[in-house]
Design a binder for this molecule. Structure first.
Ligand code: NAP
Length: 315
């Protein structure tokens, strides 16, 4: 009888969409791609991450990105700028990076201090070096289904779904959140993969009845534990983009502060109900960094006249 229970448990185990493991696999491919192209290119790929001010979360993300560059052989041209930098000064820095031939990708770490106009600065990045895929031209390319740098987080979600053989075509998907950074490009990528997509947002009435209809739910609302068991039908797939640091007495220690990481989904409520879900941490976060590297290596191949061998990684 016990073996029967064990088999049942195995059969009902949800598939954990392990972003950490997949990110390592893709990083290896990118590292090998760089090594094999170096002789012809005569320089490594270059990525400039621009951080303005001292937002602690941005500091952590920029640190991850720099370490990831080191791991695979991308040269980092990181810039950490003072909080009160003027719009004109920042534009000049972006202009010089646009002209710097050793830089293939530029990323402006968001959010920016409130006196800086995010839209105009994103627009001033050369679309050909747009490592975060947020330039209007590249968002337009996404709408038209043309190749180009892709928004890193949704691109990471697509890779996570595809590599785990989650069927997207023909399925009903709900994306919770409509930001330019995540929700909107996510919906476009799922639609391009032939899902039938609905976007929900803060004004959506009766979110739970909408998400209960979905085969696939991507949650990027920035609200801790927004989605629970009553939001889902059985055997759906849930991707949690949200990431939050909640105070904790028991969990991870960072410097002097103690915190625990959680997402927009109540994992403990849903894990017995779903077919697959992405954990926080270790799900979408590592994939975002890896897709930033993928965009940069793809740009490098283009700028150095190498064959474009990794563009299939960008949805
Ligand atoms: P954002 O710009 O604040 O957008 C949040 C979106 O969620 C908005 O469209 C908002 O609707 C919607 N929303 C808020 N409350 C809602 C509710 N109760 N029901 C339905 N929709 C609701 O945030 P974002 O930049 O897209 O990021 C979302 C989350 O993902 C954050 O936790 C962020 O930290 C995380 N994130 C993680 C990664 C990663 O690598 N893991 C990368 C990027 C972002 P309105 O438009 O109506 O306001």
């Amino acid at each position: 009888m016990r073996w029967l229970i064990e088999i049942e448990l195995i059969l009902f185990m949800p598939n954990i969409l392990d972003g950490k493991k997949l990110a390592q696999e893709i990083e290896l491919t990118l590292k090998q791609t760089i090594e094999s192209g170096l002789e012809v290119a005569r320089r490594p790929p270059g990525l400039a991450v621009i951080r303005v001010g001292n937002d602690p979360a941005s500091g952590v993300y920029v640190n991850y990105k720099e370490k990831a560059c080191d791991r695979i052989g991308v040269k980092s041209f990181a810039k950490h700028l003072k909080e009160d930098i003027s719009l004109a000064e920042l534009r000049e820095i972006i202009k010089s990076l646009n002209l710097e031939k050793n830089v293939d990708g530029i990323l402006l770490q968001l959010p920016l201090p409130s006196h800086l106009d995010e839209d105009s600065l994103l627009r001033s990045i050369d679309p050909d070096k747009d490592a975060d895929g947020l330039h209007p031209l590249n968002l337009g390319r996404l709408i038209k289904g043309e190749k180009g740098p892709r928004s890193c987080t949704p691109a990471g979600v697509m890779a996570l779904l595809e590599r785990n053989k989650i069927q997207i075509e023909g399925k009903r998907a709900v994306v919770v959140g409509r930001s330019i950074l995540v929700g909107k490009p996510m919906a476009l990528m799922l639609e391009a993969a032939n899902a039938t997509v609905t976007i929900a947002h803060s004004k959506t009435e009766d979110l739970a009845s909408l998400t209960r209809e979905a085969d696939l739910i991507v949650v990027a609302a920035g609200k801790p534990h927004l989605i629970g068991a009553n939001h889902l039908k059985a055997n759906s797939v849930v991707v949690d983009v949200g990431i939050h640091r909640l105070p904790s007495d028991t969990a991870v220690t960072s410097g002097t502060k103690r915190f625990k990481l959680c997402g927009d989904v109540k994992t403990s409520e849903i894990e017995d109900k779903v077919a697959a879900y992405s954990p926080v941490p270790g799900g979408v976060g590592p994939m975002t960094v890896t897709m930033l590297l993928a965009n940069t290596v793809d740009r490098w191949q283009k700028h150095c006249g190498l064959p474009l061998t990794i563009s299939h990684l960008l949805p």
